[in-house]
Ligand binder design. Sequence first.
Ligand code: MG
Ligand code: MG
Length: 253
Amino acid sequence: MVSLKSDRELNFMRKANSIVARILDEMARMIRPGLPTIELDRYAETRCKELNVVPAFKGYHGFPASVCVSINDEVVHGIPSSKRILKTGDIVGIDFGIHCEGWYGDSARTIAVGTVSPAAKKLLDVTREGLYRGIQQAREGNHVFDIGHAIQNYVEGFGYSVVREFVGHGIGRDLHEEPQVPNYGPEGKGMVLKAGMVLAIEPMVNAGSHEVKVLGDGWTAVTVDHSLSAHFEHTIAITPGGPEVLTEISSGT
Ligand code: MG
Ligand code: MG
């Protein structure tokens, strides 16, 4: 069943997700060549303690960290490590969620480390724009696949492909709720969207083939062809006035 959030519940979700946006933005500002990815995890844990919230991913199905950090051909679910050092030209995805007063927040973005190739920059720009194209479809009366259709149609126009194995999701009292929100699919199909739904929309876009595999650590998903992959995610609420992005700090990021 899909839970519809009341105005009061939405206010809790606005709060949780604004904290996610704030900490994620702070982590984005830390990104530089030479940074060990474990530093992002340490920072997130420190900030969660300061703000009296709980990291959502640590221990979730056994995930060992508070942040997912996925570099270059890593799609999602990369594990931060003192041995993984960011270098100029990398693209790094940071995915972060919290639990606050009974409600979850979830957001991700992919960031250039120093100067990156024009091809990498374009993948980031197109994936981010694909997310916003999807968000624009998250309206009362539309269907859930309208979101993925808009994303897929946009990013495939650049020769990129959309990951199938991982999808967006409803979010609220649980991190992952109904409905699933694929980043692909036929227009006009799937569940009818209603005001009060809160969705985490999260395109994962590969520069090459859509195929992914999970590494031996049991978590890190990588592109099979080792092409670059980007991931952007916002938690949004469907309101009578249209989609409201709950994890946005400033426009366009
Ligand atoms: Mg996420
Ligand atoms: Mg998510």
